[in-house]
Design a protein around this ligand. Structure first.
Ligand SMILES: Nc1ncnc2c1ncn2[C@@H]1O[C@H](COP(=O)(O)OP(=O)(O)OP(=O)(O)O)[C@@H](O)[C@H]1O
Ligand SMILES: [Mg+2]
Length: 641
């Protein structure tokens, strides 16, 4: 047929060998597309703006991070169009290694009239195009998300009981189309759903356990009633591109993400089921009373504390230089929460990690029109810190700020403009730092408090080593009763200064009196990282918990050592699997901590003994300590005040 037309084509084209235009196409390329292209070249046929035969296939690659994030497009639509119940299904069939998975999303929202359904099936077809008040705005979500998982999207929608309209997008069928301009057919009306669909709604899935599943309907006969007056089904048979092979993993991932992404809607009463199991809201800021964490029996404090909340005006677009003063703005709300460290800090690791999910990367959650679009860390806001376990930030904005926050068409993630990040961190910086100081102070008091009234292992070790040291530390040797009384009085005063939390005056006195080496903690941002004192024959090493040395080296090490300690006390094996995922835990942490403390105690001892021999050295040591401390802080990435 093509040869037949060869004589009629203009000269330039005659010299082109037949089919040269598509010889560069891949072997699997859509045949209909090849035919149309050849016709366009040879016959000067009309060229559509969108070349459907290939475009539909290319659109399959519009990136979604995961099956869950693609499915969220369908849940978004369901919620936007008034659903109060949404069900997501992963039906797995076949044998291991050759699983087949069908995916389905059902909702009881308003449904679509036949002409709307047809229009909505087209790319760009939207009833809310560029509307910033809801979730959808691009006219792409339903189609691109479906095709990213499956070569076929099968839609059913109804606005009258038992009258289901069906539309299908089939990548392969469209690829075979030989028409230049592909038009969508009228939807087909059916009075029953096909059996493969109705079975999914009435039979239990292979995961989870049968008794955990609340079926949509018990029998096919009930379906008509149960499907009600209106609703929509997106059915994706035999998906070929899913993130996970097993229905179980697909379910677990979907539940984990959707419980967080839609938490506000779930809290308001929208019912979401994944494989017939109800999804409960999960709130990464722990401020929502109805969220899942509040039901954990071990916790006393059920909610985090709102430390700070502020509405800031953010420019909708980067300055247009003509009139920066009058740039249009829209509000965003930033909130900072403090987690109940006093209560939750002492919970077993298992509860903190597996039940509360404190160690998931959930520090900052960003919501657009109540739907979460980002969760994780934003370095420009959190700065260098990695200690985000006890604080949370929530940022709310409306669709007017889409450009500013860099919302992508597939609504996964954000790419905020620099000026937005600046505005956010200006609003939050001081508050975050103040909260961090409180958290650090609490943690260091805890660390210290745990020793009770016993000297620490390193203090004892240093004392034991005393009689093996070449040069003894001079100790006061009172000879008279009066001198002895005076010394005790001095030691009592010293003990008051060195008293630990939860220690009585007498306990502190006994401890100080009987130790030669004493480690003490202080929180002072103006101080070097350690300080050495020699009083009444005692070597006192003060560690500054406000210096980055503490935060970056000392605290992680001692918390790792303590975790192992507590776990051992609880009777759990120290090397249990879950241990590995607590970032600060490693075997040998305790020995390492003792060695580090001894390194500092020996430094303290050496300095005070050298200063004793020549008092001028004290001054040099002070300068040295200050300079070392500043250099170290700079290397660790923080400037000291
Ligand atoms: N579950 C549903 N119930 C009712 N109408 C729906 C449903 N899903 C889709 N629609 C209709 O189909 C249209 C197209 O949906 P699609 O998700 O492709 O685009 P959108 O939601 O308008 O924008 P976005 O690309 O941002 O998601 C919607 O505007 C809506 O009119
Ligand atoms: Mg949509």
């Amino acid at each position: 047929m093509l040869e037949q037309h060869n004589e009629n084509v203009p000269e330039a084209d005659v010299q082109t060998p037949l089919d040269i235009q598509t010889t560069g196409w891949g072997e699997e390329a859509p045949r209909g597309g090849k035919a149309v292209l050849n016709r366009i070249i040879k016959e000067k046929a009309t060229v559509p703006l969108f070349f459907g035969q290939t475009l539909i296939s290319s659109l399959r690659d519009v990136g979604y991070n995961s099956t869950t994030s693609a499915l969220c497009e369908h849940v978004d639509n369901a919620i936007q169009w008034g659903a109060t119940e949404v069900r997501v299904y992963f039906r797995q069939t076949g044998k291991k290694g050759a699983y087949e998975t069908d995916v389905l999303v059902l909702d009881n929202g308003g449904g679509m009239a036949p002409n709307i359904l047809r229009f909505a099936t087209s790319f760009g077809g939207s009833m809310v195009y560029d509307n910033r008040s809801g979730i959808g705005r691009y006219g792409m979500g339903m189609k691109t998300a479906a095709l990213s998982m499956c070569p076929v999207m099968d839609l059913y929608s109804w606005q009258e009981q038992g009258a289901y309209y069906n539309m299908t997008l089939d990548v392969e069928a469209i690829g075979k189309e030989r028409a230049n301009l592909i038009e969508l057919p009228d939807p087909t009306l059916m009075d029953q759903l096909p059996s493969e669909v109705s079975e999914m709604l009435t039979k239990p899935m292979s995961f989870p356990d049968k008794h955990e599943q609340m079926l949509f309907a018990e029998k096919t006969d009930d379906l008509r009633d149960r499907l009600g007056k209106s609703g929509t089904i997106v059915f994706l048979p035999s998906c070929d591109r899913l993130t996970f092979a097993k229905a179980r993993t697909l379910c677990e991932h979907a539940v984990k993400e959707m419980s967080r992404v839609y938490r506000r809607f779930l809290a308001k009463g929208i019912k979401l089921f994944v494989n017939n199991r109800l999804v409960e809201p999960f709130d990464p800021t722990y401020s929502m009373a109805s969220a899942r964490h509040a039901k954990i029996p071990d916790i006393k404090e059920k909610e985090s504390r709102l430390v700070f909340s502020k509405v800031i005006e953010i420019k909708r677009r980067e300055n247009n230089h003509q009139d920066p003063e009058n740039a249009e703005t829209a509000p965003a709300t930033v909130r900072l929460y403090a987690l109940p460290i006093q209560d939750w800090g002492s919970l077993p690791l298992k509860v903190r990690k597996n039940d509360l999910h404190l160690y998931d990367d959930n520090t900052i959650s960003v919501l657009r029109n109540d739907r979460e679009v980002f969760v994780g860390t934003i370095p420009q806001i959190m700065k260098r810190h990695s200690d985000a376990n006890w604080l949370r930030i929530q940022i709310d904005f409306a669709g007017q700020l889409d450009e500013a926050f860099g919302v992508a068409a597939n609504k996964q993630g954000i790419r905020p403009k620099d000026y937005v990040l600046n505005d956010l961190s200006t609003a939050l910086d001081a508050e975050i730092s103040a909260l961090r100081e409180q958290i650090k102070k609490f943690q260091s008091e805890q660390t210290v408090g745990r020793h009770g009234s016993k000297p620490s292992e390193s203090e004892m070790k240093a004392d034991e080593a005393e009689n093996r040291q070449a040069k003894p530390v001079p100790t006061p040797a009172p000879t008279t009763e009066e001198e002895r009384r005076q010394l005790d009085e001095n030691l009592r005063t010293l003990a008051m200064m060195l008293k630990r939390e939860k220690e009585t005056d007498d306990e502190a006195f006994e401890r100080v009196k009987n130790s030669k080496h004493i480690i003490h903690y202080k929180h002072d941002v103006y101080w070097p990282f350690y300080h050495v004192d020699q009083r009444f024959g005692k070597i006192i090493l003060t560690i500054n918990t406000a210096h980055p040395f503490y935060e970056r080296l000392y605290a992680p090490l001692s918390s790792a050592a303590l975790t192992l300690d507590t776990r051992a006390a609880e009777g759990a094996p120290a090397d249990a699997d879950e241990n590995a995922s607590e970032p600060q835990t490693f075997k040998g942490a305790k020995e390492a901590l003792v060695a580090l403390q001894l390194m500092l105690l020996s430094l303290a001892r050496a300095q005070s003994s050298m200063a004793l021999q020549d008092p001028d050295r004290s001054h040099t040591f002070d300068l040295f300590r200050k300079e070392w401390s500043d250099t170290y802080a700079t290397q660790l990435g923080t400037a000291t005040v």
